[in-house]
Design a binder for this molecule. Structure first.
Ligand SMILES: [Mn+2]
Length: 390
């Protein structure tokens, strides 16, 4: 059978001031075509469907359309919620949708369940492990051992970690597994994985990672949460996001296609996502950046400009936009360190005249002494001002 693994769509997300609606729409159009062309049996979305617990209606409509189109094309769907999703909202109609072979699971509601699916080449047992907030675990769920006499519900809640709730969830499902091949879908930070700048921490305080050994028993584990595509173990893999969601994500984006035989032996292919704007960081003085003629791809990229001008930069956004239409962030990284110069000449300012202080300040902030004409203008202004004060 053939499985497509993707995750972290973050529908409704924007990139700074730029909406990603069209990029996300283009991804879904491409995905629907890819799944048909690749004769995909099962499409897996491993969490963070939306960017927020209460997503904008455009995002809800986009997700609904994706499900409708994929289901109409004959694919089975397996979707879990991530830490960004409102689990109860996303999975609100789970049992009603199961009859369409669109399996959506969120939160703790269906923990312990194994979905027995049958494909042309045989059965597959599916274990859906949505993001599980340790603080929200049901009181009767197993927790790590504590001190003697410290076993009330509150103490157990404090001891629970993301690892412990996931371990308990997998243990609850284990006895129900019967097929020779198994697929786990989980939204978690597996220890050893590499993060980028756009994942939100799973838990506040404590450790939020889980050990990769938790997934030892599965033929393949489709992970969501980390935004860079990566393999933690040969058969434990993050598909990564379909689009870049921070400037730390210049790497290629992809979805993962699996060819799994009846016993669970799996081969993995990474398919690059050809749509959506990539991200790019450019660096230099404003003049340097404006002199470059960017390539079509560069001009199309969501761009962060790091300006290294020593002095004041005026209208940087407007000027850069003419060359880089998708400049979304401008960072000033002046070679002169803020405040550092003040320990030098300016430290002696009590013994300096106002003109000397102004010259020193000019040199500190611009990086070189004022030209004769600049100095003259400056000195005239100071003398003029002093005359008025006196
Ligand atoms: Mn995510």
């Amino acid at each position: 059978m053939r499985i497509l693994h993707t995750s972290d769509w973050h529908l409704g997300r924007s990139f700074g001031p730029v909406s990603l609606h069209d990029d996300q729409r283009a991804f879904i159009d491409w995905l629907v075509e890819l799944c048909a062309a690749e004769r995909i049996d099962l499409v897996v979305v491993a969490g963070d469907i939306y960017d927020r617990a209460i997503p904008p209606t455009e995002a809800v409509v986009m997700f609904r359309e994706a499900l409708v189109r994929l289901q109409a094309a004959g694919h089975t769907l397996a979707v879990i919620t991530g830490n960004h999703d409102g689990a109860d909202r996303v999975a609100a109609y789970d049992e009603l949708m199961d009859v369409s072979r669109v399996y959506v699971r969120g939160g703790y509601a269906k923990i312990g369940e194994v979905i027995h699916l049958t494909f042309a080449d045989g059965p597959l047992d599916l274990v859906m492990l949505p993001f599980l907030d340790p603080q929200a675990a049901p009181d009767d769920m197993a927790a790590p051992a504590g001190e003697e006499g410290d076993d009330d519900a509150f103490a157990r809640r404090v001891r629970r970690t993301h690892h412990s709730v996931l371990e308990a969830a997998i243990a609850a499902a284990q006895p129900h597994i019967s097929a020779p091949r198994t697929l786990a879908v989980s939204h978690a930070f597996v220890a050893g994985g590499e993060a980028s700048d756009s994942e939100r921490q799973l838990t506040v305080g404590g450790t939020s990672t889980v050990a990769v050994d938790l997934f030892d028993g599965f033929s393949y584990t489709a992970l969501g949460h980390l935004h860079r595509p990566q393999q933690v173990r040969p058969m434990v893999r993050y598909s990564g996001t379909p689009l870049a969601y921070s400037f730390s994500e210049e790497h290629a984006k992809s979805v993962t296609i699996l060819e799994m035989d009846a016993k669970g032996a799996t081969t993995i292919t990474e398919v690059p996502v050809p749509v959506g704007r990539p991200v790019r960081t450019i660096r230099g003085t404003l003049d340097e950046l404006l002199q470059v003629r960017p390539t079509a791809t560069a001009a199309h990229s969501l761009t962060r400009a790091i300006l290294t001008d020593a002095g004041v930069v005026i209208d940087a956004k407007q000027k850069l936009s003419a060359v880089y239409p998708n400049v979304v962030e401008i960072v000033l990284d002046s070679p002169i360190q803020e405040g550092a110069g003040l320990t030098g000449a300016l430290a002696d300012q009590r013994t300096m005249s106002p003109v000397e202080v102004a010259d020193a300040f000019w040199k500190e902030s611009v990086g070189e002494v004022a030209t004769p004409s600049q100095a003259q203008l400056l000195h005239t202004a100071i003398v003029d001002a002093e005359g008025k004060v006196a």
